[in-house]
Write a protein that binds this ligand. Structure first.
Ligand code: BG6
Length: 522
């Protein structure tokens, strides 16, 4: 096939002055920042696709803009269709844009882009990619980072070619995105394929929730405070609820979604990862393998989820709602007619170890719900020996991942004034007010930086992935074989009421007397 190299200026361009000099220094002290000397090639396979357009190129631009990439970094897109810098910019609109004063930086970033066109199954195309990478300034010495922004069906072929033709003179690292298979069997097959070609330290399996500020904060909150350690167990915690809600439906993404469903899309990965960070023991250190060893132990203590511990739902249009809520899942033209794929799921998991025996961990997630929210909530047991005529409510600790990051603890306090009655209030750490003006980086920014620094803490190890599939595969098989349809719920509602009943049965007490109010709006 025809191959075109376009957009590359051909001369070495040094990166921008590092805006985040402190971060570079911090990373340097750990000895992990690749530093200025060793050139880096970042290769985006699937450069014309959705992920590249929406996430990868914008993230690379932000990292470049903030001076967080090695001084000599070149970006190469590989795709079946030819692509030019202008097309790239158009596709990434509005993310690849310069704020006032950044124009020169952006044009410098764009001048470092190049594209190689080729078929994924064609060895020659990868030979050409290799030659191209070698011809870049610093190319003969450069590290190579390959981002597989591709459907997993192509992983096997593409990694074969990368392995035989495109290995770097320096290090080679490969980023893969979910879905890592559809179940334990397919995931194991995929892992075996990749594992035969690359060592575990070369493989970066992204779960972007692990790159979120508040998800990363779970470790610091838990292990950096004496306040929480002693009560973080079955003696004090009644129930843990991990929630993921989105206010929009599949909206044209039904083709992908329908083949997977909400359990594979978010529960088996994002929610389960958050559960692990809540439930795990303190790792020996913050090193990647120490942390992941503890996560794997948690997963090993969880039995496969049973169908009777699960509520499944599928959204239907709300004829009285605003226009965007009128369309149900089955009316999305990209969804196969009559599909019984769940768009909502709530499941009770049990961590059968000394710390958590008997404590339900409820995971619930859904599309087309009433709000956008992701949070982790620990509900504590009632205070024993009540002397306040049962007016004290259970304490809750909530880590809100998004939107409006916050950590707050629901607690009882004396009603201010002459009264001695308990009143529900909160200890509130809302990031927007405590850290005014601090911009939290996007999950992908942190994760890409981690890959460049060689830090795997926030990436999924192969045994972790295997355990995650072990927990959900029997359930997914049972769902596929069951003739039962998911429970319909209205677009824009809280999901099926049966999920609230499941939560209640599990032991979560919903009082309905408290509502968190953003301090800015109090
Ligand atoms: C993705 C899922 O992994 O996460 C999507 O495939 C979901 O269905 C998305 O919308 C949510 O991510 P975020 O960062 O917007 O909460």
């Amino acid at each position: 096939g025809e191959r075109r190299f376009r957009g590359w200026s051909g001369k070495a361009v040094r990166g921008p002055p590092p805006r985040f000099e402190w971060l570079r220094q911090e990373l340097n002290q750990d000895g992990t920042f690749p530093g200025g000397e060793q050139p880096l090639s970042i290769v985006i396979l699937g450069a014309s696709g959705d992920l590249a357009r929406k996430k990868i190129y914008p993230t690379l631009w932000w990292l470049f803009r903030d001076g967080l990439l090695p001084d000599v970094t070149y970006f190469t897109g590989f795709a079946r269709t030819p692509l030019s810098v202008t097309e790239l910019q158009e596709r990434c609109h509005p993310h690849l844009q310069a704020s006032p004063g950044e124009e020169e930086l952006l044009s410098r970033f764009l001048s470092l882009q190049s594209f190689v066109q080729g078929q994924y199954g064609e060895a020659g195309a990868f030979g050409a990619l290799d030659q191209h990478l070698r011809a870049l300034p610093g190319g003969p010495r450069a590290h190579r980072l390959f981002y597989l922004a591709l459907p997993p069906t192509l992983y096997g072929t593409v990694t074969q070619h990368l392995h035989s033709t495109c290995m770097a003179p320096g290090w080679t690292r490969v980023i893969v995105e979910k879905p890592f298979g559809r179940d334990l069997r397919s995931s194991e097959a995929l892992s075996a394929q990749l594992g035969a070609l690359f060592r575990e330290e070369q493989l970066y399996r992204i779960d972007h929730y692990l790159g979120k500020e508040m998800v990363q904060n779970l470790m610091v909150l838990r292990f950096g405070n004496r306040l929480f350690g002693p009560i973080w167990n079955r003696d004090n915690v009644a129930c843990v609820v991990v929630t993921f809600k989105e206010p929009f439906g599949t909206d044209g993404r039904g083709g992908y979604f329908d083949a997977f469903g909400i359990i594979r899309d978010v529960m088996q990965n994002h929610l389960l990862q958050m559960l692990c960070l809540v439930a795990m023991e303190k790792p020996a250190s913050t090193n990647a393998d120490d942390v992941r060893d503890e996560k794997v132990k948690v997963l090993k203590s969880i039995d496969p989820v049973q169908l009777q511990d699960v509520v499944l739902g599928q959204y239907v249009g709300d004829p009285e709602g605003p226009p965007e809520r009128r369309r149900g899942y089955l009316e999305d033209p990209t969804v196969p007619p009559g599909s019984s794929t769940p768009t909502f799921a709530a499941a009770v998991l049990r961590v059968n170890n000394e710390r958590w025996d008997g404590v339900p961990f409820v995971l619930r997630c859904g599309k087309a719900l009433n709000e956008r929210k992701a949070e982790v909530r620990l509900q504590f047991r009632a205070v024993p020996g009540d002397i306040f005529a049962q007016r004290c409510k259970r304490n809750e600790l909530v880590v809100r991942v998004q939107p409006r990051e916050a950590v707050y603890a629901k607690m009882n306090t004396k009603r201010p004034g002459l009264s001695l009655q308990p009143l529900e209030a909160e200890l509130d750490l809302t990031y927007g007010s405590r850290y005014r003006g601090v911009k939290l980086p996007d999950a992908y920014e942190r994760l890409l930086l981690d890959v460049i620094c060689g830090n795997q803490t926030h990436f999924v190890r192969s045994d972790e992935l295997r355990e995650a599939w072990r927990i959900f595969t029997p359930l997914l098989d049972a769902i596929d074989q069951s003739a039962q349809k998911p429970i319909p719920y209205k677009h824009g509602s809280r999901g099926p009421p049966e999920a609230d009943e499941l939560l209640q049965r599990a032991g979560f007490l919903y009082e309905g007397t408290y509502k968190w109010v953003d301090p800015h709006q109090r």
